[in-house]
Ligand binder design. Sequence first.
Ligand code: HEC
Length: 253
Amino acid sequence: MSFVRNAAIGAVLGLLAVTPAFAQHDMEYPKQTWSFEGPFGTYDKASAQRGFQVYKEVCSSCHSMKLVYYRNLAGIGLSDSQIKSIAATIEVQTIGDDGQPAERAGLPSDHFKPPYPNEKAARAAQNGALPPDQSVIIKAREGGADYIYALLNGYEAPPADMKMGDGMNYNKWFAGHQIAMAAPLTDGRVDYADGTKATVPQMAHDVVTFLAFVANPEMEERKRLGVRVVLFLALMTCLTYAVKRQIWSDVKH
Ligand code: HEC
């Protein structure tokens, strides 16, 4: 009996001990407006395409996106020939007809090429820190799109009394406020072909839209199906009600 009691006390104490760790992440991020929110939300394709450009030209030098294929870019409105030429810019290791290692140009069916061959190489290049894979980062962080947007805009000078670790950067929204990633975005960091001004908030908004798309490429289809199912159920409700009235119409009260 006392074993059960001790175990219960232990469990409660254990819970109390881990609670502060959760509380630390419990920040309220400023709420943004996203095209992909709500039951009818869709991806703003122009924004997602600009976001892909930001990922390609900035983030992809450190962050992999291993679950994404080049052909997935069709979902943000890129044409087959655009996708083919984007994929063709990478080189993929393969085995030649002679059985020897060889290289070939990338195809739409290839995964996004990671910047580093493995985790150790990534850490070695990043002062020990690991840039997390971005395939599902939107789902993997509490606060999702709002958090990552806040993080990308959250670099500031550290408070005077804060002792910063070597190579660390102050960020208002990162848990503990010290992040190994230096501010990746600065105004004008990329050149948008559609004339949109590449300010930090604009690029952050665009890249987050793209990150939301890669984490949830089937979202639009799912929502479309959801709307159809609800319409169908509403229709069925009306029909069954009408049928019920018809069947019971002879019965006197
Ligand atoms: C020079 C390399 C580098 C570039 C470029 C870079 N990052 Fe990072 N990023 C890192 C490293 C290193 C970490 C790990 C930071 C840590 O754990 O302290 C990181 C972490 C992150 C995280 C995770 C934060 C968390 O909550 O754990 C996100 C999100 C992120 N980066 C987004 C981006 C986006 C979006 C871009 C492009 C606009 C970008 N990064 C460009 C190196 C980079």
